[in-house]
Write a protein that binds this ligand. Structure first.
Ligand SMILES: [Zn+2]
Length: 161
């Protein structure tokens, strides 16, 4: 790997679609992915997922909820895995933070690495910071193989979504 990772291009319409998904699930986190041509530098479609976190969590024995965490369903995990080898694979995983802040959390990193020392899938990560009033900010993160860390590769303006 040479140099810093470059942001995939997310067309405005797809960014807006991710914002709408974040609004629809607020105050829960939304999750989904953006697909694009294999080897290309842009994404071309959005594939929303259902946040399956609450299905697995016990309401009194867990300090997290769909408002502070996301999880893919088993079916979505299988689909993600299958689609990775398609002509238009998932390129970006997106989720929202209902606290309005678009940072890549320690938990986000753990989920992306899945217990390994580099990401399970070669996905960039879009985080949408949304609150009750609007989308505050959004950032795109990518794995920097030299830094061994996710770094910000693009920042997007919020919206009155
Ligand atoms: Zn997160």
């Amino acid at each position: 790997m040479s140099g810093s990772p470059r942001a995939l291009t997310i067309p405005d319409a797809l960014l807006a679609a991710a914002y709408r998904h974040a609004r629809a699930t607020f105050p829960a986190e939304c999750v989904g992915w953006l697909v694009g041509p294999a080897g290309g530098d842009a994404v071309s479609a959005l594939r929303p997922c259902e946040n399956a976190y609450d299905a697995a969590a016990h309401p009194t024995a867990n300090d997290r909820s769909v408002e502070t965490a996301y999880a893919l369903s088993v079916a979505d995990c299988r689909e993600l895995d299958r689609a990775m080898s398609s002509a238009a694979p998932p390129r970006v995983l997106y989720h929202s933070h209902p606290n309005g802040r678009a940072y890549f959390s320690a938990t986000d990193r753990e989920v992306a690495l899945g217990g390994w020392d580099e990401p399970v899938y070669p996905l960039q990560q879009l985080v949408v910071g949304i609150d009750a009033a609007c989308v505050v900010e959004a950032r795109l993160f990518a794995w920097d193989a030299d830094e061994r860390e996710f770094v910000v590769v693009a920042t997007y303006a919020g919206a009155a979504a």
